[in-house]
Design a protein around this ligand. Structure first.
Ligand SMILES: O=C(O)CCC(=O)C(=O)O
Length: 280
């Protein structure tokens, strides 16, 4: 992993651990950014019935699709050594890709992402994951860039979440505003190709897209091989409108080993059923 251009500096690693997130110097440009943009626009145009804030784990083949190439392109991106080098510095040498998602919010129509901690939704114990979120478009305050509650990961506790099912937001639960200290909220505007990495306990959200410009990002979920993806935990999809079965999610061991010896790497690799229950 020596001399990779993406390596985080000492102060970046410190920032991630202290604040719960970091924007690295490394960014996608040229062919890599083109590849991500092409894959995202192919995905969005090939699945017009799926709400664009909820294109779940496109790195896994969608059952019934005739475009495996789109899903392969996303898997290639998730496995890029530059990204794995960054993640290794934060979660250690044993790395499992277990999820990803395109969050694309159309001009004037893109929905809010309620304040939440990802750990509230995920069947991983001990809870651990670094999400690497890559901007596909320029993300600004106006089009709904990510907002992060700095330091909210530190105690490794999940704040109470309330159901907002049926509200039309991109997720179905939110942290009550009383639990969010506004002084610690930081907006994270990014240029296309830039990225932010945040911890599974870091509270975050985003406003609706009020602008004339799309705001799309690709989130990749990397968990350490010291955690178990627990297929017996009964968790919902976290969304009103798109359902997938998290107990059948495919896992990809991309570096090191499964230290738990209990993660299952065969389930789900034939493809994933993505069901749209309503379009809000
Ligand atoms: O892109 C967004 O609006 C939300 C992203 C998010 O919640 C996540 O990646 O966990």
């Amino acid at each position: 992993m020596k001399n990779q251009p993406s390596l985080l500096r000492k102060q970046d690693i410190k920032r991630y651990h202290e604040d719960g997130f970091v924007v690295p110097k490394y960014k996608f440009s040229g062919e890599k950014l083109q590849k991500l943009r092409r894959a995202a626009s192919d995905l969005i145009s090939h699945y017009p019935h799926i709400p664009t804030e909820g294109l779940v784990s496109p790195h896994i083949f969608y059952i019934g699709s005739n475009r495996p190439d789109i899903h392969d392109a996303f898997l290639d991106i998730c496995k890029m050594p530059e990204l794995l080098d960054i993640v290794e510095q934060l979660i250690g040498p044993d790395i499992i890709i277990w999820g990803s998602r395109i969050f694309s919010k159309g001009p004037k129509t893109g929905r809010s992402t309620p304040w939440h901690q990802d750990g509230e939704y995920w069947p991983i114990r001990p809870l651990a994951t670094a999400t690497l979120w890559i901007a596909i478009d320029d993300c600004t305050e106006e089009n709904g860039c990510l907002k992060i509650l700095s330091g909210s990961h530190r105690d490794k506790i999940l704040l109470p979440h309330e159901s907002i099912a049926g509200s039309g937001a991109a997720l179905d639960k939110e942290i009550h505003p009383d639990n969010l200290d506004e002084r610690n909220i930081i907006s994270v505007p990014l240029k296309a190709g830039e990225m932010v990495i945040f911890d599974v306990f870091t509270a975050h959200g985003a406003s609706p897209n009020f602008s004339d410009h799309r705001r799309a990002g690709f989130a990749i979920r990397y968990m350490p091989g010291t955690s178990l993806y627990d297929r017996n935990m009964n968790v919902g999809s976290g969304q009103d409108d798109v359902q997938t079965d998290l107990s059948k999610r495919a896992l990809f061991l991309v570096r090191g080993e499964d230290k738990t010896g209990r993660n299952n790497f065969t389930i789900g690799h034939e493809g994933m059923l993505v069901e749209v229950t309503s379009k809000t």
